[in-house]
Design a protein around this ligand. Structure first.
Ligand code: ZN
Length: 482
């Protein structure tokens, strides 16, 4: 723990030495997913970034409380105050209870993250489970004079807040300039100013997710949950708030304003933002048709390859996803994992002179991670270690005890425990059994079809259907899903 760690703080726009609020402890809050669809590539990057951060702090001896929320209410389309609730919309389209949607995609998210070998958070609070805390927070912001009620909804008063504090400090916006350039200062609908944002929204009669409040039957604004839940679980001042760069504005800017309005301080020491992904050079998005679900991707590339691929870039840089880049990552990962195995079989010949280059390697990996989580530099040092293991294996290099210790730290701790690179996270034993049984059943059906025994092949298909297993014959073979 005696090491100095530097973190780039979005708030100050520079790297700062990390000094925790409470010595030896790290409070980390990361904005989690809005669970209304299959987990996709965009979910993987923050998950892997903050996973390495958590693992690294723990490796250094810190006690980490890692809170990552599940957004299950209040996230409206267009990330704004208007439009449908994303979850309610999905529920209506599929004739489900909103909480069925939430449950389905929370499980899918957990599974996708487990396969990326990310550790679960210490606490995973849901927005819908913290309505009381959010109502209380709205009340505090109103009492402080930074929010107003309008037709049953409550809005954050951005101009009033900006007279005392600086709205826009996180994302580098100047609201005075923005207001000077706006022709009409009148709000739209119930808002006094177009910059105000909802803390509480009155629900329309057909809106399904709503709760009683002092102002109306309604639901909390999207930004509110993270202020309420981070304060509840990490206190009114905590260390690190993370999330994707796309959340900087408006989500985190509004969160910071809510914190300051209700407690008189921002409450977060370091704001960390991971950069986004591009796919073949284009920004990821549904409209571009490159909205790759992780489940689809895992069929082609192993989750560990995807993890390795992300770590090859610094978290503040963009990452471009392409088939070539992933194939290269696959090869790189293979070399690291092979060297990890080979290292365990190496005899270390005592008596050899320590080699300063080797003995310092594990330290270099740690130093790179201390420097704002520089995983590409850390991996470059890991590849130096890979080269040395290969030399030791073919007998062209003799390792001293100190060399061996350093390589052991790299391959037995830093690579698996901090970078989280291991042989694939295996499927559960039930999953393996089901897969084996399905292979067997489909083989029998294939044989039946081959001898034109369609009664048997159809009967297998129908009986599988009764069990909830759908099969589909394609050119490549038979696909199944349950
Ligand atoms: Zn959030």
């Amino acid at each position: 723990m005696a090491r100095t760690i530097y973190i780039y703080n979005t708030l100050s726009r520079r790297k700062e030495e990390f000094v925790p609020v409470h010595p030896g402890m790290v409070g980390l809050y990361v904005c989690g997913p809005t669970v209304y669809g299959e987990p996709h590539l965009g979910h993987a990057r923050p998950a892997v970034t903050y996973d390495v951060l958590v693992r690294f702090f723990r490796y250094l001896g810190y006690k980490v409380r890692y809170v990552r929320n599940i957004t299950d209410v209040g996230h409206l389309e267009h990330d704004a105050d208007e439009g449908d609730d994303k979850i309610a919309k999905k529920a209506r389209l599929e004739s489900l209870e909103p909480m069925e949607v939430v449950q389905t995609y929370t499980i899918a998210y957990h599974d996708a993250m487990r396969r990326l070998n990310t550790l679960p958070p210490s606490i995973e609070p849901r927005a819908s489970g913290h309505i009381i805390e959010q109502i209380e927070l709205v009340r505090r912001i109103m009492d402080a004079g930074f929010a107003y009620e309008s037709n049953g909804s409550v809005y954050f008063d951005v101009p009033a807040y900006n007279r005392k504090y600086h709205y826009g400090v996180l994302s580098g916006r100047n609201i005075d300039e923005m207001m000077a350039n706006t022709r009409s200062l009148d709000g739209t609908g119930d808002k006094h100013s177009p910059y105000d944002f909802a803390l509480w929204k009155k629900a329309s009669p057909q809106h399904i997710m709503k709760w009683p409040s002092p102002w109306s039957e309604g639901f909390p604004g999207w930004h509110l949950e993270c202020s309420a839940m981070s304060e509840k679980y990490l206190g009114d001042e905590f260390d690190i708030h993370g999330g994707g760069m796309d959340l900087q504005f408006p989500h985190h800017e509004c969160e910071l304003a809510q914190n300051t309005a209700s407690r008189g301080k921002g409450g977060v020491k370091y704001w960390m933002h991971n950069n986004l992904l591009t796919v073949n050079g284009q920004k990821m998005g549904k409209s571009l048709g490159n909205f790759t679900t992780l489940a689809d991707l895992y069929k082609v590339y192993s989750p560990m390859t995807i993890r390795f691929f992300m770590l090859q870039a610094h978290y503040r840089g963009t990452v471009d996803f392409s088939a070539e880049a992933l194939s290269a990552a696959e090869k790189g990962l293979k070399r690291v994992l092979q060297a990890s195995k080979d290292f365990r079989n190496l005899q270390h010949a005592s008596g050899a002179e320590p080699n300063p280059e080797i003995a310092g390697l594990s330290e270099k990996v740690i130093e790179a991670l201390c420097d704002d989580l520089n995983t590409p530099v850390a991996l470059a040092h890991v590849f130096d270690a890979v080269r040395l293991v290969n030399q030791a294996k073919d007998g062209s290099l003799r390792l001293s005890d100190a060399d061996y210790q350093s390589l052991s730290e790299v391959f037995c701790k830093l690579v698996p425990d901090v970078l989280g690179l291991i042989d694939e996270v295996s499927a559960s034993s039930e999953e393996k059994t089901v897969e084996g049984l399905m292979d067997m059943i489909l083989e029998v059906r294939r044989e039946a079809k081959a001898r034109k025994d369609f009664a048997t092949s159809d009967s297998i298909r129908d009986r599988l259907k009764e069990l909830g297993v759908t099969i589909k014959d394609t050119k490549e073979g038979t696909e199944w899903s349950m």
